[in-house]
Ligand binder design. Structure first.
Ligand code: SF4
Ligand code: SF4
Length: 538
């Protein structure tokens, strides 16, 4: 369909558009056959879910209503949620920036040029940052002013039907909430915020949110203690395993302090690290112990998982989890929380929780980055950069770099310990999202990973390939993408697997603390598995 307009959201069609002419990738992915093709959409999905936007299902609880009554009920609830979004009584914390972004768009499209999804998709119209905002505007005007000729003329020209609502529910999950668009808007408008506010209507009013974020995410976390399903007993088992692994790697017996009352620091991890990348909490433990810090982990409810997926879709869930995380710190009597390698946890626990918790309940929190920079600068841990003598590039997690201005510490560290460091372009506050932001990294239902790997993460893949152009086609040279964020790491792992970049071109990924431990001269074995022959033989 050419010349796609917001009004097409309400028209019956198999799909509005499938992204087709994707942004070209650099060598060696510029040759035919180097990337997998999109797979056809299954008919059974079409009956039960909303595949009619672009053929992908991201919101796996957004089921098609089966009867006319259900359809009307869904539209009614959506409109009631829309009213709540614009009410000071029900959305006080976000109403002002929402209203400003809603009212004053000059349609200059500067933001489109900044959006990696729009550019990667070959400029597919529905992924333009203002497309979904414009749909929301039209729905709001139609809802408030009815179907008069004047209203149609002033922007209320859209069919307020079930197809529009369902497609908007999917379209809210084609944005990584990375806010690169907001950074470039000459008027300071935030289309990322608008996408998130749409998600809130579906979650908070209609009970519709992707299972990986809600049911398996925040609900699990509040019930069990972690979004991974890891309970206290399982965590303590994992900690034992990590201690054994640290001994195997270093020959030294490290003990991870658990629930130490009155410690200076409560270190919090994204619990995904304990299961998927235990070398990351291990590296933190080695660094903190070698530097002689007075620190602890918590094994109490939510105290061991700094994930807060509510940030992506639901204010009420975000607040509940944030409060529990602070409680864990208060119960231990620590001086501060230090947040490990998780970008959204940085934002959720610092910037966002400042909106929710005041007074003495507001425990001091800080990122691990300035602390680590300080330890390296003061030479509190020994470092031998020659142990990291391979090409390394750095991904800036949006939540740390763009949202919080954390840019220099990771660079100073990596420049000190990695002689072949090279930047991605652009980087720092102007970085591109990994494509896993806002929950995409864990949304693996139906064919959504295809959208993530081929569209949302495409710009990041291009940046990685460009950063390693000098050695990309030399499989003998190992290359390392440093991503100091659990979700970004997940997205980058998936790109490297999807495009077979590790297998074919020896490109690896991992965190920052792993590079720091790898550079410690006192250990015989490398800490990074791809450099470690013993690990390779296991
Ligand atoms: S850059 Fe700002 S004003 Fe221009 S189209 Fe985008 S949101 Fe609207
Ligand atoms: S927040 Fe990021 S992904 Fe979403 S529209 Fe803006 S630039 Fe695109």
């Amino acid at each position: 369909m050419d010349n796609i307009k917001p009004q097409d959201m309400g028209k019956t069609s198999d799909v509005i558009v499938r992204p087709e002419k994707l942004m070209p990738l650099p060598a060696p992915y510029d040759k035919p056959g180097m990337e997998p093709e999109f797979k056809p959409v299954k008919d059974t999905w079409k009956e039960d879910f909303c595949t009619s936007l672009d053929g992908f299902v991201g919101n796996d609880t957004l089921a098609r209503p089966k009867t006319k009554e259900e359809e009307q009920e869904m539209i009614k609830k959506f409109l009631s949620g829309l009213d709540k979004l614009f009410s000071d009584q029900t959305n006080r914390g976000y109403l002002q920036p929402l209203a400003l972004s809603f009212e004053y768009c000059a349609k200059c499209n500067t933001c489109s040029e900044a959006c990696h999804t729009f550019k990667s998709s070959g400029e597919t119209e529905i992924y333009r940052p203002i497309f979904r905002s414009e749909v929301l505007r039209k729905i709001y005007r139609k809802h408030k002013n009815g179907d008069s000729l004047v209203n149609r003329f002033i922007g209320g020209d859209i069919d307020l039907n079930i197809e529009t609502i369902l497609r908007l529910g999917e379209l809210a999950y084609r944005c990584n909430l990375c806010r690169r668009c907001a950074q470039t808007c000459p008027l300071g408008l935030d289309n990322g915020l608008l996408a998130r506010e749409i998600r809130k209507i579906f979650s908070m009013e209609m009970g519709i949110a992707p299972k990986p974020l809600h049911e398996k995410g925040t609900v699990n976390q509040l019930k069990i203690g972690s979004s991974t399903g890891l309970n206290k007993a399982a965590l303590l088992d994992v900690i034992e395993f990590i201690e054994e692994d640290m001994y195997d790697k270093t020959g030294k017996e490290y003990k991870i302090p658990m629930d130490k009352k009155g410690a200076d620091i409560l270190l919090t991890h994204n619990a995904g690290e304990f299961l998927a990348w235990p070398e990351n909490p291990a590296a933190f433990a080695i660094i903190f112990e070698e530097a002689g810090l007075n620190w602890t982990l918590s094994s109490e409810m939510i105290g061991y998982d700094n994930v807060n997926y509510g940030l992506f879709y639901d204010d009420a869930q975000a607040k509940k989890i944030g409060i529990q995380q602070f409680k864990a710190a208060r119960d231990l009597g620590v001086r501060k929380i230090v947040i490990g390698e998780c970008g959204h946890a940085h934002k959720a626990a610092t910037v966002s929780m400042d909106r929710n918790v005041a007074g003495e309940d507001n425990i001091p929190r800080e990122s691990f980055l300035p602390l680590l920079q300080d330890l390296i600068k003061k030479k509190a841990i020994k470092q031998d950069p020659s142990r990291n003598n391979f090409p390394v590039t750095l991904h800036d997690p949006c939540n740390m770099a763009r949202m919080m201005g954390l840019i220099m510490p990771q660079r100073e560290i990596i420049k000190t310990i990695c002689p072949q460091f090279r930047e991605m372009t652009p980087n720092g506050a102007r970085n591109y999202c990994c494509g896993g932001g806002s929950g995409f990294a864990i949304m693996n239902s139906f064919n959504f990973p295809e959208f993530r790997n081929k569209v949302a993460s495409r710009m990041k893949f291009k940046q990685i390939l460009n950063a390693f152009q000098d050695t990309i086609e030399d499989p003998e040279t190992p290359k390392y993408v440093c991503a100091p964020c659990s979700n970004c790491k997940g997205a980058i792992r998936d790109i490297l697997e999807y495009y077979e970049t590790t297998a074919k071109f020896n490109v690896h990924y991992g965190g920052l603390v792993e590079l720091v431990v790898n550079a410690m001269p006192q250990f015989e074995r490398p800490f990074l598995d791809f450099l470690d022959e013993e690990a390779g033989m296991m």
